[in-house]
Write a protein that binds this ligand. Structure first.
Ligand code: GTP
Ligand code: MG
Length: 573
């Protein structure tokens, strides 16, 4: 699901452009800006000292902070012409407001974060039950509210209503144009990340939706929490990506069992079953029913309980997020933490992952529909592996991160060793000075010639391993090492990936030799560098993936290359 224009596949056409506007002070914004400027400072230099990394927060700390903020927040549907000042004055009667922002998704919404939780109680005391004459209502109260304007609305020309800031990902054509104006491929890659990454507001909204869902699940499990995982929090999320959620029952399920202090121990009596999977399925089944029948704004609920990882899928209309709710999925939480850590270690990791993800999507190597395609998760692992294989390596292996772990980092999940260091300060990187341009070029070259037929990719060991089983693409699951995360990928999809890597490597080399640069002077410079890689390519898949074609695949590329050499000719044509 896309919150933005790239909403595309699911709610796409019917969803108005999503806009967000955010106000307020707050240390988190400052903190994120600090991180951002730190990331930009270090691009290309690769001198990220261990001390500097010490300042990075662990994903756990970031999540705890955001969860707490979300619990003090409400989501309010309001009229597009709601007067912002009056709206805030009205809400402030219940307590100080820390932050607020407006966005559009099937109407106008405001996210309001109060300074104290008590303000919510005061707000709820005043909130009324809606009166509807023709329909019945499910009497479930939540922090999703509607603001009715009982007075006269401000006339349209005088409106002092909310200023909204667009939060959409720009369409690919616009992105290509924008990138073509940059002065280097390195700048193109950082610009792409800036445009596509989740915004502060979008991230807050994701935590708020989890918090709203938690209120529903709490009807059965009052001590549960619902945490986002996957690209919503791993640092690689693109605006519009789905919201993966994890129903955490660890507080109840005995994993945090206490040691007896005296000769007695009181235990809860709990129903016993013979399979943990069956428990997960039944929990998700009842929560799925709850969400379906009582969850305001939750539509299209599907219970997909027989999947390897059972889940409940639905659309949360007020936010526009496509949601996947899972339970007992702690290995995925660990994978998320690991990806986040790698992304924080060196800014080039995020830029390269964003670029490769965007490139893959532009050429339909990845898809939002499940199938035989490479997933974003697999693709990310491939980028990490490539960065481990550089000499000197850009990032360390997972085994190395495990060796650096302290006693508090120990983690075993269902017999799998998921231990790795959480203290960023302990990680010393090798000094690799490669530019983003060079890494991108080498990435394509690396996978254009990778021996996929024999070898498996392992970020745990940071080296190719012999394939343990027959599969076109074998990527070892970092924590469940006997599993292949790309088991779904068929030979055709892998061949397309390899062919596109060849083509893209070739195209980038042409850019290098022609030294074509967009610069800022021209209004609409021809696509070059990364921008040219996002233009749809027609690649012929070569059997055996050994032959390297000397010529570009299509007429389109030929004319593109001609235009790189002579931009004026392109304009005429
Ligand atoms: P997008 O949703 O495509 O933006 O990326 P994502 O990283 O969120 O991927 P996805 O929604 O498919 O999966 C969510 C998370 O589940 C991933 O980030 C991983 O942590 C985990 N995950 C996904 N696929 C696999 C898999 O095949 N094996 C394992 N172990 N974890 C997976
Ligand atoms: Mg996801």
């Amino acid at each position: 699901m896309r919150l933005t224009r790239s909403f595309g596949t699911t709610m796409a056409s019917s969803l108005a452009v999503c806009r967000l506007h955010m106000k307020g002070r707050g240390s988190l914004v400052k903190y994120l800006r600090k991180v951002d400027s730190y990331l930009h400072r270090t691009i290309g230099t690769n001198v990220v000292s261990a001390q500097e990394r010490e300042g990075c927060k662990s994903l756990y700390a970031v999540q705890a902070e955001r969860q707490e903020q979300a619990e003090r927040s409400v989501l309010i549907s309001c009229h597009t012409r709601t007067n912002e000042k009056k709206f805030l004055k009205y809400l402030s009667m219940h307590g100080d407001i820390n932050k607020y922002f407006f966005y559009e998704s099937y109407g106008m919404y405001a996210v309001v974060e109060f300074a104290n939780r008590e303000s919510l109680a005061s707000l709820f005391e005043e909130a009324a039950i809606p009166i509807v004459s023709h329909e019945s209502m499910v009497p479930f109260k939540s922090r999703l509210l509607s603001l009715r304007n009982l007075g006269s609305a401000d006339p349209p020309n005088q409106q002092s209503g909310q200023r909204c800031q667009s939060q959409t990902t720009i369409p690919i054509n616009e992105l290509i144009q924008r990138l073509s104006k940059e002065g280097s491929i390195d700048q193109q890659m950082t610009s792409l990340t800036d445009v596509y990454q989740l915004t502060e507001e979008n991230s807050r909204l994701r935590f708020l939706v989890c918090s709203l869902l938690k209120d529903i699940a709490a009807a059965y499990f009052p001590e549960c929490t619902i945490k986002p995982f996957g690209s919503s929090v791993n640092g690689f999320g693109k605006l519009g990506c789905d919201l993966d959620m994890f129903l955490d029952l660890d507080g109840i399920s005995g994993r945090n069992a206490k040691m007896p202090k005296s000769g007695f121990l009181l235990e809860y009596q709990m129903k016993q079953t013979n399979s943990e999977r069956a428990v997960t399925q039944s929990i998700l089944s009842v929560i799925g029913d709850c969400v379906d029948q009582f969850g305001p704004g939750c539509v299209g609920v599907q219970k997909i309980l027989n999947a390897r990882c059972p889940l409940v899928r639905f659309a949360h209309q007020p936010s526009g997020f496509q949601c996947d709710l899972t339970a007992n999925n702690r290995v995925a939480m660990k994978s998320t933490e690991l990806l986040y850590l790698y992304g924080e270690l060196d800014p080039r990791v995020r830029h390269l992952v964003f670029t490769v993800r965007c490139w893959a999507r532009a050429h339909a190597i990845t898809s939002s529909i499940p199938g035989a395609w490479i997933t974003n998760f697999s693709l990310t692992v491939m980028v990490l592996f490539f960065l481990q294989r550089r000499s000197p390596s850009v990032i360390p292996t997972l085994d190395h991160l495990r060796d650096l772990a302290g006693p508090a980092d120990k983690s075993f999940i269902e017999g799998n060793d998921c231990t790795f260091v959480s203290d960023f300060g302990k990680i010393h990187l090798q000094s690799n000075p490669e530019t983003l341009e060079r890494l991108l070029c080498e990435f394509f070259e690396f996978y254009a010639t990778f021996p996929f037929n024999k070898m498996s990719i392992s970020i745990r060991q940071g080296k190719e391993l012999n394939k343990p089983e027959v599969a076109p693409l074998h990527i070892q699951n970092p924590f469940e090492t006997t599993l292949n995360v790309s088991k779904n990928v068929n030979a055709t999809q892998l061949d397309r990936f390899v062919a596109l890597c060849k083509e893209s490597s070739w195209l980038l080399q042409q850019t290098e030799t022609s030294k074509a640069r967009g610069g800022n002077v021209e209004k609409a410079p021809a696509p070059w560098g990364l921008a040219s890689l996002l233009v749809p390519l027609q690649v012929a898949v070569t059997k055996g993936r050994k032959k390297r074609r000397p010529e570009p695949a299509s007429e389109r590329i030929k004319s593109l290359l001609a235009s790189l050499k002579n931009p004026n000719q392109q304009k005429k044509s």
